[in-house]
Design a protein around this ligand. Structure first.
Ligand SMILES: [Mg+2]
Length: 225
Protein backbone atom coordinates (compact mmCIF):
# COMPACT_ATOMS: atom_id res chain seq x y z
CA UNK A 1 0.00 0.00 0.00
CA UNK A 2 1.43 3.35 -1.05
CA UNK A 3 0.45 5.69 1.75
CA UNK A 4 0.12 9.43 1.26
CA UNK A 5 0.47 11.62 4.34
CA UNK A 6 -0.86 15.14 4.75
CA UNK A 7 0.62 17.05 7.69
CA UNK A 8 -0.76 20.25 9.05
CA UNK A 9 2.05 22.68 9.86
CA UNK A 10 1.40 25.06 12.77
CA UNK A 11 0.71 23.30 16.06
CA UNK A 12 1.31 19.89 14.46
CA UNK A 13 4.94 19.71 13.24
CA UNK A 14 5.97 21.90 16.17
CA UNK A 15 4.10 22.19 19.45
CA UNK A 16 2.48 25.19 21.09
CA UNK A 17 5.10 24.81 23.81
CA UNK A 18 7.57 26.48 21.42
CA UNK A 19 5.48 29.65 21.79
CA UNK A 20 5.42 30.14 18.01
CA UNK A 21 1.74 29.56 17.37
CA UNK A 22 0.69 31.77 20.32
CA UNK A 23 2.94 34.48 18.82
CA UNK A 24 1.37 34.11 15.35
CA UNK A 25 -2.06 34.07 16.96
CA UNK A 26 -1.22 37.32 18.75
CA UNK A 27 -0.28 38.92 15.42
CA UNK A 28 -3.59 37.79 13.87
CA UNK A 29 -5.41 39.64 16.65
CA UNK A 30 -3.12 42.63 16.14
CA UNK A 31 -3.88 42.58 12.40
CA UNK A 32 -7.61 42.89 13.14
CA UNK A 33 -6.97 45.69 15.65
CA UNK A 34 -4.77 47.60 13.26
CA UNK A 35 -6.66 47.26 10.00
CA UNK A 36 -10.18 47.42 11.38
CA UNK A 37 -9.39 49.91 14.12
CA UNK A 38 -10.65 47.68 16.92
CA UNK A 39 -9.78 47.31 20.58
CA UNK A 40 -8.12 44.05 21.58
CA UNK A 41 -11.38 42.83 23.12
CA UNK A 42 -13.33 43.62 19.95
CA UNK A 43 -10.68 41.94 17.80
CA UNK A 44 -10.76 38.77 19.90
CA UNK A 45 -14.56 38.63 19.72
CA UNK A 46 -14.53 39.16 15.95
CA UNK A 47 -11.89 36.46 15.49
CA UNK A 48 -14.03 33.95 17.35
CA UNK A 49 -17.02 34.82 15.18
CA UNK A 50 -15.02 34.64 11.94
CA UNK A 51 -13.50 31.27 12.89
CA UNK A 52 -16.91 29.83 13.77
CA UNK A 53 -18.61 31.10 10.62
CA UNK A 54 -15.87 30.89 7.97
CA UNK A 55 -13.36 28.33 9.28
CA UNK A 56 -10.41 30.73 9.36
CA UNK A 57 -9.94 34.39 10.27
CA UNK A 58 -8.60 35.16 6.79
CA UNK A 59 -11.58 33.63 4.99
CA UNK A 60 -13.90 35.61 7.23
CA UNK A 61 -12.02 38.82 6.47
CA UNK A 62 -12.20 38.11 2.73
CA UNK A 63 -15.95 37.51 3.00
CA UNK A 64 -16.53 40.77 4.89
CA UNK A 65 -13.88 42.83 3.08
CA UNK A 66 -13.32 41.42 -0.43
CA UNK A 67 -10.29 43.65 -0.94
CA UNK A 68 -8.38 41.76 1.81
CA UNK A 69 -5.01 40.77 0.40
CA UNK A 70 -4.11 37.24 1.57
CA UNK A 71 -0.40 37.66 0.80
CA UNK A 72 -0.22 40.90 2.81
CA UNK A 73 -2.16 39.25 5.66
CA UNK A 74 0.30 36.33 5.80
CA UNK A 75 3.30 38.67 5.59
CA UNK A 76 1.94 40.57 8.62
CA UNK A 77 0.96 37.62 10.81
CA UNK A 78 4.18 35.69 10.12
CA UNK A 79 6.45 38.69 10.60
CA UNK A 80 8.27 37.09 13.54
CA UNK A 81 11.83 35.91 14.25
CA UNK A 82 10.92 32.23 13.83
CA UNK A 83 14.43 31.15 14.82
CA UNK A 84 13.75 32.49 18.33
CA UNK A 85 11.02 29.86 18.69
CA UNK A 86 12.04 26.76 16.73
CA UNK A 87 15.26 25.05 15.68
CA UNK A 88 16.55 21.74 14.29
CA UNK A 89 14.42 18.84 15.54
CA UNK A 90 16.24 15.53 15.01
CA UNK A 91 13.46 13.63 16.74
CA UNK A 92 10.93 15.00 14.26
CA UNK A 93 13.18 14.00 11.35
CA UNK A 94 13.44 10.45 12.77
CA UNK A 95 9.68 10.33 13.31
CA UNK A 96 8.96 11.30 9.70
CA UNK A 97 11.56 8.88 8.35
CA UNK A 98 9.88 6.05 10.27
CA UNK A 99 6.59 6.53 8.43
CA UNK A 100 6.15 4.75 5.10
CA UNK A 101 4.90 6.69 2.09
CA UNK A 102 4.84 10.14 0.56
CA UNK A 103 4.52 13.17 2.82
CA UNK A 104 3.02 16.56 2.09
CA UNK A 105 2.51 19.63 4.21
CA UNK A 106 -1.14 20.69 3.95
CA UNK A 107 -1.61 24.09 5.56
CA UNK A 108 -4.05 26.99 5.62
CA UNK A 109 -0.98 29.27 5.76
CA UNK A 110 1.26 30.25 2.86
CA UNK A 111 4.10 28.16 1.43
CA UNK A 112 6.76 30.78 2.23
CA UNK A 113 5.97 30.48 5.96
CA UNK A 114 5.81 26.67 5.71
CA UNK A 115 9.20 26.50 3.97
CA UNK A 116 10.78 28.74 6.61
CA UNK A 117 9.41 26.51 9.38
CA UNK A 118 10.52 23.28 7.66
CA UNK A 119 14.00 24.68 7.04
CA UNK A 120 14.40 25.74 10.67
CA UNK A 121 13.16 22.36 11.93
CA UNK A 122 15.57 20.67 9.50
CA UNK A 123 12.88 18.51 7.87
CA UNK A 124 12.39 20.15 4.46
CA UNK A 125 13.73 17.02 2.70
CA UNK A 126 11.14 14.81 4.39
CA UNK A 127 8.33 16.31 2.30
CA UNK A 128 7.44 15.98 -1.35
CA UNK A 129 5.95 19.45 -1.25
CA UNK A 130 3.80 22.03 0.45
CA UNK A 131 0.11 22.39 -0.35
CA UNK A 132 -0.72 25.87 0.90
CA UNK A 133 -3.81 28.06 0.87
CA UNK A 134 -3.00 29.40 -2.59
CA UNK A 135 -2.52 25.88 -4.01
CA UNK A 136 -6.01 24.97 -2.79
CA UNK A 137 -7.35 28.12 -4.46
CA UNK A 138 -8.03 30.01 -1.25
CA UNK A 139 -10.45 27.41 0.12
CA UNK A 140 -9.08 26.37 3.55
CA UNK A 141 -9.54 23.36 5.77
CA UNK A 142 -12.14 22.53 7.14
CA UNK A 143 -14.10 23.19 3.92
CA UNK A 144 -14.52 19.86 2.08
CA UNK A 145 -13.21 21.23 -1.26
CA UNK A 146 -9.84 21.85 0.40
CA UNK A 147 -9.31 18.12 0.90
CA UNK A 148 -10.46 17.22 -2.63
CA UNK A 149 -7.98 19.73 -4.03
CA UNK A 150 -5.16 18.52 -1.79
CA UNK A 151 -5.75 14.92 -2.88
CA UNK A 152 -5.75 16.03 -6.53
CA UNK A 153 -2.47 17.94 -6.06
CA UNK A 154 -0.91 14.89 -4.42
CA UNK A 155 -1.67 12.82 -7.51
CA UNK A 156 -5.15 11.53 -6.66
CA UNK A 157 -4.37 8.87 -4.05
CA UNK A 158 -7.47 7.05 -2.84
CA UNK A 159 -8.71 8.66 0.40
CA UNK A 160 -8.39 5.22 2.06
CA UNK A 161 -4.65 5.36 1.34
CA UNK A 162 -4.29 8.86 2.76
CA UNK A 163 -3.76 10.16 6.26
CA UNK A 164 -4.33 13.64 7.67
CA UNK A 165 -2.39 14.61 10.80
CA UNK A 166 -3.67 17.86 12.31
CA UNK A 167 -3.91 19.59 15.69
CA UNK A 168 -7.42 20.92 14.97
CA UNK A 169 -10.21 18.39 15.47
CA UNK A 170 -12.56 20.31 13.17
CA UNK A 171 -10.01 19.98 10.35
CA UNK A 172 -9.96 16.21 10.75
CA UNK A 173 -13.69 15.57 10.50
CA UNK A 174 -14.07 16.33 6.76
CA UNK A 175 -11.00 14.16 6.03
CA UNK A 176 -12.57 11.31 7.95
CA UNK A 177 -15.87 11.81 6.12
CA UNK A 178 -13.99 11.48 2.82
CA UNK A 179 -12.54 8.15 3.93
CA UNK A 180 -9.07 9.36 4.91
CA UNK A 181 -7.39 8.31 8.13
CA UNK A 182 -7.57 11.15 10.66
CA UNK A 183 -4.99 11.53 13.40
CA UNK A 184 -5.43 14.24 16.00
CA UNK A 185 -2.35 15.73 17.65
CA UNK A 186 -3.40 17.31 20.91
CA UNK A 187 -1.67 17.64 24.27
CA UNK A 188 -4.97 16.84 26.01
CA UNK A 189 -5.04 13.45 24.27
CA UNK A 190 -8.14 11.42 25.04
CA UNK A 191 -9.83 8.75 22.96
CA UNK A 192 -12.23 10.24 20.42
CA UNK A 193 -14.47 8.14 18.18
CA UNK A 194 -14.62 10.86 15.52
CA UNK A 195 -10.97 10.25 14.56
CA UNK A 196 -8.75 7.19 14.10
CA UNK A 197 -6.13 8.05 16.68
CA UNK A 198 -5.37 10.75 19.23
CA UNK A 199 -1.73 11.39 20.11
CA UNK A 200 -0.18 13.96 22.49
CA UNK A 201 2.51 15.02 19.99
CA UNK A 202 3.75 14.16 16.52
CA UNK A 203 6.54 11.96 17.94
CA UNK A 204 3.93 9.36 18.90
CA UNK A 205 2.92 8.94 15.28
CA UNK A 206 4.96 5.83 14.26
CA UNK A 207 3.65 3.92 17.28
CA UNK A 208 0.04 5.02 16.68
CA UNK A 209 0.33 4.20 12.98
CA UNK A 210 1.65 0.69 13.62
CA UNK A 211 -1.30 0.09 15.93
CA UNK A 212 -3.81 1.43 13.39
CA UNK A 213 -2.45 -0.65 10.53
CA UNK A 214 -2.44 -3.81 12.62
CA UNK A 215 -6.02 -3.13 13.74
CA UNK A 216 -7.05 -2.59 10.11
CA UNK A 217 -5.30 -5.87 9.21
CA UNK A 218 -7.22 -7.74 11.89
CA UNK A 219 -10.59 -6.37 10.88
CA UNK A 220 -9.89 -7.22 7.23
CA UNK A 221 -9.20 -10.83 8.19
CA UNK A 222 -12.36 -10.85 10.26
CA UNK A 223 -14.33 -9.68 7.27
CA UNK A 224 -12.97 -12.46 5.04
CA UNK A 225 -13.63 -15.21 7.65
MG1 LIG B 1 -2.60 23.63 13.06
Amino acid sequence: MAWVWFFDLDGTLYTDRTGLWPAISERITLYLQKFLNLTREEALTLRKQLMATYGTTLRGLQALYPSTDAAAYFAFVHDLPLEDYIGPDARLAETLAALPGTKWVFTNADAAHAQRVLRLLGVEDAFTGVIDLFAIQGVPKPLPEAYQRALALAGHPRPEQSILVDDQRRNLLPAKALGMYAIWVTPEAEADDAVDAVIPDVYHLPEAWTRLVSQAGVSKEERTC
